[in-house]
Design a protein around this ligand. Structure first.
Ligand code: ATP
Length: 356
């Protein structure tokens, strides 16, 4: 449905916001653009919408380039963070409005009928006569989404649509958005910097950093098979443990302890691990306190209870490792043997590329 090919954007001040971005989105998929502030998420969305012109590259909808197509002719719906509703119009008038202007405009009573059908879909029929200023943030965003959908666009673009809402409402509306997108079968791109939001709502996620796509994958793969150190650190909460290691003479030197190289599974090695310095990474659930047969004994310095689980901070000679355990197994101020699940660990070379 959407093909972005070698897209580059350099702004007038010379700043390159996108290097060479390529991805394809299948019809009916909900894809999140995820990354830290300033990585280029909104720039991509605005290029797809036609609000910005690319410096190089192409954007195609169903195989046809839209780079020279005006935004209003691209058949897209856009939902912004700040709702952008017309304050002097009622909810119904706001939703009818796009149907009653432009070259495809239809009669008022027809527009009203369609608007009411969509308001039933998004559950806002009872807000019909209200003005936006009297609505809550969540209600305003529902109106904005309905107004975008009523034009039956092929593509729905959402730029941080939940960031003005409180935590509880964000959860609810993100579920509603996913349900709605699937119900109407629309292709959607959703911009967020919140990994949890992206993981829960998306079919696939594009992880960006500094104008470059780091990985484009489904949520499970991003977590289980990160392509590089940036993705491994960006996805997962609590953040993945990272330790600088030195490999030499068939040994892994972790600083505070060592392990034979044979603890690593051969089939997981992406290439032969030659002697040198690497970053070892392991998720907190893959380091567990055990009664015996552990790799190293460390001191449980702190524990933080997070409901069902507890995060324990283990220390040894300046090395810190976090472990997440069931609450009943939590410890503090104790020495514990730790087992590392090397089958789930990762190793990255100095460029950040994954080698294990
Ligand atoms: P955020 O999550 O903070 O919205 P983002 O990932 O959406 O960030 P963009 O808005 O796409 O980031 O911006 C990418 C980079 O391009 C940023 O460094 C930004 O400062 C820069 N930028 C954006 N618009 C312009 C512009 N008109 N002129 C120059 N630089 C710009």
């Amino acid at each position: 449905m959407i093909d972005v090919i070698d897209l580059k954007k350099q702004f007038d001040n010379g700043f390159t916001a996108l290097e060479s971005v390529s991805f394809s989105i299948e019809k009916g998929d909900l894809v999140c653009l995820l990354g830290p502030s300033g990585c280029g998420k909104s720039t991509i969305l605005n290029l797809v919408a036609g609000l910005l012109t690319p410096s190089a590259g192409d954007i195609q909808f169903s195989g046809k380039s839209v780079v020279h197509t005006a935004p209003k002719d691209r058949n897209i719906g856009f939902v912004f963070q700040n709702y952008a509703l017309y304050p002097h119009m009622t909810v119904l008038e706001n939703i009818m409005f796009p149907l009653t202007v432009g070259k495809n405009k239809i009669k008022k009573d027809e527009a009203k009928k369609i608007a009411e059908e969509y308001m039933a879909l998004t559950n806002i029929e009872d807000l019909s006569a209200k003005k936006p200023g009297t609505l809550s943030g969540g209600q305003q965003q529902r109106v904005a989404i309905t107004r975008a959908l009523v034009q039956k666009p092929e593509v729905l673009l959402l730029d941080e649509p939940l960031s003005n809402l409180d935590a509880r409402l964000r959860l609810r509306i993100r579920e509603e958005i996913r349900k709605l997108v699937k119900e109407v079968g629309i292709t959607a791109i959703f911009v967020t910097h919140d990994q949890e939001e992206a993981l829960s709502i998306s079919d696939k996620i594009i992880i960006m950093n500094e104008g470059v796509v780091q990985q484009y994958d489904d949520p499970q793969n991003l977590y289980l098979e990160p392509a590089n150190l940036f993705v491994a650190k960006f996805i997962g909460s609590p953040i993945i443990n990272t330790l600088e290691i030195k490999i030499s003479n068939d040994q892994i030197d972790f600083g505070a302890f060592t392990a034979p190289l044979s603890v690593l599974t051969e089939s997981r090695q992406k290439k032969k691990l030659i002697d040198g310095v690497y970053t070892f990474a392991i998720r907190p659930e893959d380091v567990q306190p055990v009664a015996e047969h552990g790799l190293v004994s460390m001191h449980a310095a702190e524990n933080e209870v997070i409901g069902r689980d507890s995060i324990i901070r283990f220390e040894k000679n300046g090395t810190t490792i976090k472990s997440i355990v069931n609450l009943e197994n939590t410890v503090r101020d104790e020495e514990k043997m730790l087992h590392f699940n090397f089958n789930k660990a990762f190793i990255f070379d100095e460029s950040g590329a994954r080698v294990y």
